[in-house]
Design a binder for this molecule. Sequence first.
Ligand code: SF4
Length: 275
Amino acid sequence: MSVLAIESPSDIASALTGRDYISYSAISTYQACPLRYYFRYIAKLPEKTVSAALIFGGAIHRAVELHFREVMAGNPAPDLDMMLAEYQTAWAERDDSVQVQFGKGESLDTLGQLAERMIAALQQSDFAAGGGKIIGVEEELRSSIVPGCPELLARVDLISETEDELIATDLKTARSRWSQSQVDSSAGQLLIYSELARNLAPGKKLHLRFVVVTKAKQPSVDSHDVAVDPARIVRTKRTVQRVWQSIEAQQFYPAPSPLNCAACPFKEPCRRWQG
Ligand code: SF4
């Protein structure tokens, strides 16, 4: 496909992917494996498998979304049964034609029991209060923040505010508690969110945080703040710019690793790929 005659980054994005924007998750996919990005966003190959962990994480997010939507509307917080019903609905709505890959010792039942423990832990944590007045749940933010790139789109799990702060929260489900190095290596996501959210509450200080709930017998719920460091924001935006330039130049190649490939839905086309 030739994109040479097309001028704007949005036009180029539309021509390449059918979308006039790029999502933060697409950027992350490219960083993890450029060929996987190509199969998903450009070739749009059907995904024949999905990891149970991905559906599980999405279903936990759905339950938490219900909680915060009710609180934001001024209603009582849903009880555990209501949140578990939402979790089950998310599973029921998945595409049946895509095979679910469970991990060792995992089943729908064991994951359901784990979800019950994790949701109960979230309900009892400080996170359940939202950190302030809730003003957005699963809020889609989109703006042109990186020169030469199409608009960036991100979905922020929770946006709340206090008298002097705007708080952007991303919820993670994780096998174990996060170390500071995990917080640091994931910080780019929140720094991009901070640029997208900046205009929501001009004059207020931005507060960025990950809330991490563990998949454990006794789940923990930890909050990790990310400093709004201008130098790191510049670095993150330059990284996004470089990733987009690579996509624009159609630089797609495999980046195999046990972590990347284990749950990749494109193993077969990857094996057949000849460059
Ligand atoms: S199998 Fe591995 S190298 Fe191939 S596309 Fe998937 S993640 Fe990339």
